[in-house]
Design a protein around this ligand. Structure first.
Ligand code: NDP
Ligand code: OXD
Length: 309
């Protein structure tokens, strides 16, 4: 039984050892050293070059190394009929929540203004409303959005979430579907995007959406780069309507050195580090799913290719 592994970060010996510990008869091969493609029954990967997965005709399961699966579906030859799982994990959710809390607090407490004031040695106080009077809105209330919403609610923020279907998260107001998006936006002072990237969500943070947020609102995007239309965001900040943004993900990564997002005084950039799945947990999940496939059981965290996330 052979598994093909592909990731930007090569730790071949570690992956071979840990996967072998969980599934002793598994032979781990590292793309592009595929060997005979007909031997490959499983794939554990992130951003595999397009067309490669379709070439394994004996593939029984595909496992993403991360939570987001947009790069799989961007492959026009992605074999949608093969059982496919992604990572859902408490630790991954915990790390994302830390990122969201850190940057919600920064925007809530006007940190961008203080960074700018410090440059000019300006001492000028501005007191934020109490957390319960600060309205935070989360686009996407899945594993990561709901986790962040719970923790923000625990800190006392007035939190709402928007998703496709209604949600019941303690203390968090639920909005769903296109019809309720405007009402959600009108109440949202700090907007956090934790949507998956699909045809429906590409470019969602555009001029129109930003215009529906109240004056002075801010935006945090740890979702995917193409959720945001960068020119629209910059224009909304320059007009004073949006007070600032924190971006972790970009249309092109690494963000090109000449990109204006780097140097905008009211935009904070982090290099796609909001969260990451721990390799040990990913290996355990892959091993569990291999066992499930061998036993004819349903996968953990199976992705529905028709839904696209
Ligand atoms: P989930 O699939 O668990 O959640 C997605 C949420 O988005 C669901 O609530 C879903 O609604 C909602 N949604 C999807 N499409 C729409 C739509 N058209 N309209 C309204 N709501 C919609 O994903 P995760 O929470 O696990 O992850 C979210 C994303 O976070 C990933 O796809 C990835 O892009 C990003 N990510 C970023 C990382 C980073 O380091 N920056 C790390 C990990 C992930 P419903 O529940 O009704 O289906
Ligand atoms: C993921 C990511 O999707 O790291 O897991 O962005």
């Amino acid at each position: 039984m052979a598994l093909i592994f592909h990731s930007k970060i090569r730790r071949d010996d570690w992956w071979r050892e840990v996967l072998g510990k969980y599934v002793p008869d598994l032979e781990v091969r590292f793309y592009p050293d595929v060997g005979n493609p007909d031997d490959i029954e499983y794939a554990l990967c992130f951003a595999m070059p397009h067309g490669v997965l379709a070439g394994f005709k004996n593939l029984k399961g595909i496992f993403s190394l991360g939570a987001g699966v947009d790069h799989f579906f961007a492959d026009p030859d992605f074999p949608k009929h093969i059982p496919f799982a992604r990572v859902v994990d408490d630790e991954l959710t915990g790390r994302m929540s830390e990122y969201v809390l850190q940057h919600v607090l920064n925007h809530h407490r006007y940190q961008i203004d203080y960074d700018l004031q410090q440059k000019d040695h300006i001492w000028k106080e501005r007191f934020p409303p109490s957390a319960r009077n600060r309205k935070v809105g989360i686009l996407g209330m899945g594993a990561l959005g709901a986790g962040a919403a719970e923790r923000l609610n625990y800190l006392g923020f007035d939190v709402a979430g928007w998703s496709r279907s209604p949600k019941d998260v303690d203390g968090v107001q639920s909005f769903h579907g296109k019809d309720q998006l405007d009402t959600f936006l009108e109440r949202t002072e700090i907007l956090v995007c934790l949507l998956p990237l699909t045809d429906e969500t590409t470019g969602i943070i555009n001029k129109d959406l930003l215009g529906k947020l109240p004056e002075g609102a801010s935006v945090i995007n740890p979702g995917r780069g193409p959720h945001v239309v960068p020119e629209d965001l910059i224009a909304a900040i320059d007009s004073g309507h949006i007070s600032g943004a924190t971006l972790d993900v970009f249309i092109e990564e690494p963000l090109p050195a000449e990109d204006p997002l780097w140097s905008h005084p009211r935009i904070r950039v982090t290099p796609h580090v909001a969260s990451v799945a721990s390799p040990n947990r990913v290996a355990q999940l892959a091993a569990e799913n291999i066992k499930r496939i061998e036993e004819g059981k349903e996968l953990l965290n199976q992705v529905d290719p028709d839904r696209g996330y």
